[in-house]
Design a protein around this ligand. Structure first.
Ligand SMILES: Nc1nc2c(ncn2[C@@H]2O[C@H](COP(=O)(O)OP(=O)(O)O)[C@@H](O)[C@H]2O)c(=O)[nH]1
Ligand SMILES: [Mg+2]
Length: 201
């Protein structure tokens, strides 16, 4: 029996875990996105939309939606055997903004989901991550019936910096969501590297 280097090196690697936020307006597909990729049963805290909530929860464009996430969505995806992402969906409604700073603690980056029918609903999330210098990518969730705009038009409307990744996605589709997450991680890690680069002047 060999207990040398070779058997030691076969020990499973302890993966790096990174925290990613999933943000964007109410009904844009955050819960769907986390659920589409999560390997664990996503933890959701949904409450049925009540008559009392209706004046607050703007339902235009999300007619089919009858539940709303009041706390957060939580999921996990293994991107590589040594890289695991923990996903935290942020609450979409303004009245839960107080949870954002808590959720943002220790986050490597974020996805801002956008719906071209209600692009302005994602302005607040873009502002939030820009102001706190948290790297983010924007993913346009392509709902059927929503007009398709060139990504440059969406980029201009959201006033995004040129280096911010902008992708089209289907929040229901595992591989599509995976592509978005890879883009966020690569973007965030590239920024970490850039910050580490010693000054050259
Ligand atoms: N057609 C379509 N419906 C979607 C898509 N993503 C989410 N939905 C639906 O849109 C509604 C709102 O999605 P949800 O994930 O709950 O939004 P959240 O408020 O951001 O968490 C739900 O009824 C979803 O089934 C999508 O890519 N295409
Ligand atoms: Mg939700």
């Amino acid at each position: 029996m060999a207990f040398g280097r070779s058997s030691r090196s076969r020990r499973p690697v302890e993966p790096v875990t990174l925290k990613i936020l999933v943000a964007g307006g109410f009904g844009v597909g955050k819960t769907t996105m986390v659920g589409a990729v999560s390997e664990i049963r996503p933890l959701r805290t949904e409450e049925r939309l009540t008559e009392a909530g209706r004046p607050v929860d703007d339902l235009a464009g999300v007619e089919a939606k009858t539940t709303t996430t009041v706390a957060m969505d939580f999921g996990r995806i293994t991107l590589r055997e040594d890289l695991v992402l923990y996903l935290f969906g942020t609450p979409g409604q303004d009245r839960f903004w107080f949870l954002w700073d808590e959720l943002a603690q220790g986050a490597l980056g974020a996805v801002v989901l956008a719906d071209t029918r209600r692009l302005e609903d994602s302005f607040a999330a873009v502002d939030y991550f820009e102001r706190r210098e948290i790297p983010f990518a924007v993913a346009v969730n392509c709902f059927e019936g929503a007009d398709r705009f060139p990504t440059e038009t969406v980029r201009a409307a959201l006033d995004l910096d040129p280096e911010v990744p902008l992708l089209l996605c289907d929040a229901r589709d595992r591989s599509s969501v995976r592509d978005v997450l890879v883009a966020v991680v690569e973007h965030a890690l590239a920024r970490v590297d850039a910050l580490r680069e010693p000054a050259t002047t």
